[in-house]
Design a protein around this ligand. Structure first.
Ligand SMILES: [Zn+2]
Length: 336
């Protein structure tokens, strides 16, 4: 039924300038303005996931380049490390943008959202000051998805699926996210140097897509503080949608497209590993799996602020294919 869901969602996207599907990842509020609508009373959000296939081929034979530590910060989701890694990836994303777009987001701060159980990412304006945020909860989930995707690629297991099940069964609002049970992972696999090396690649792919999407909301002019004109089309859509907490569907599609282009361009500049769209698809897989396991219980702000994974997954796949087919250029995506 994913096809019919996608068709319906695509039809909606094409038929209306502004579609109300919940809260928006670009948010327009009377005081601070965010792209990545927060949960009511909560902070803002930012990204999806899906159980769709299409993730790039497993890389079980990756050459180990990372020294293995018993205190590996990805395996143990060390939040100080993950916040720093997010900042590093954000810096790389900005550096990989064309000059005009780069000038609009250069030096944009990445702020912390440590709300327990909050799983979200967003772009925001507070007055004339732009900002980006990715919550500690989303960082934790992305670290574990990277850990278990790398594990599965090496061992032929389904730890990603099992991990999604752990979150679906045990996550509770405003509570710290559940941990995997003792014995969940075999340390001989979990601390294998090839697997540890690979998990950092997958982590960066996820971070780059989530933040590349939010960054796009800023330089595409979807928010007032980084828009070029006082009231542009995108803002008008946000104002209209703002009557009810909402996200603007065309803007979400555009942010996904530039987020993937930015991720792949960033990746092409790395010497060790060229990032792919695999991390973006893994994030979609997570939220899609969560939707299937908890269909009546939208758990995380990220899901309220972004289109459903079944809509975003083909956009990610097609944008990445186009980026490769055009030699790293991609289709032009208009900003305002
Ligand atoms: Zn968004």
């Amino acid at each position: 039924m994913a096809a019919s869901g996608f068709d319906r969602a695509l039809g909606v996207a094409l038929s209306f300038f502004c579609v109300v599907l919940g809260s928006g990842c670009a948010r327009e509020r009377s005081q601070p303005v965010y792209y990545g609508q927060p949960a009511p009373g909560g902070t803002a959000v930012g990204q999806p996931a899906t159980a769709q296939p299409g993730v790039p081929a497993p890389v079980a034979t990756v050459a180990p380049t990372v020294a293995v530590s018993a205190n590996d910060p990805v395996i143990h989701h060390d939040i100080a490390f993950l916040r720093g890694r997010a900042q590093q990836v954000l810096n790389e994303l900005v550096a990989a943008l064309p000059a005009q777009q780069q000038s609009r987001v250069n030096g944009i701060p990445l702020v912390v959202d440590a709300t327990p159980g909050e799983v979200n990412a967003f772009a925001s304006c507070s007055g004339s000051s732009p900002a980006m945020a990715i919550s500690d909860g989303l960082l934790q989930i992305q670290s574990q998805l990277a850990r278990f995707r790398a594990y599965d690629e090496l061992a032929g297991t389904n730890k990603v699926g099992e991990y999604i099940g752990v979150i679906a069964r045990s996550a509770r609002p405003k509570q710290p996210l559940p941990e995997v049970p003792a014995g969940f992972a075999d340390p001989r696999i979990d601390f294998d140097a090839r697997k540890v090396t690979r998990q950092y690649q997958v982590l960066d792919e996820q971070l780059a897509f989530v933040m590349g999407h939010e960054l796009g909301h800023h330089y595409l002019g979807h928010l007032p503080c980084t828009a070029l004109s006082p009231l542009n089309l995108a803002q008008l859509g946000a104002v209209l949608a703002g009557a009810v907490p909402a996200f603007n569907q065309p803007n979400e599609v555009a942010a996904d497209m530039v987020g993937i282009n930015n991720t792949l361009t960033l990746g092409s500049r790395r010497a060790d590993y060229r990032l792919t769209e695999g991390g973006a698809l893994l994030t979609m897989q997570f939220f899609s799996g969560l939707d299937q396991l908890t269909p009546n219980d939208i758990l995380f702000g990220f899901e309220r602020s972004h289109p459903p994974p079944q809509l975003r997954t083909p956009i990610i796949q097609q944008t990445a294919a186009t980026w490769r087919a055009t030699g790293g250029v991609g289709l032009p995506i208009l900003g305002f």
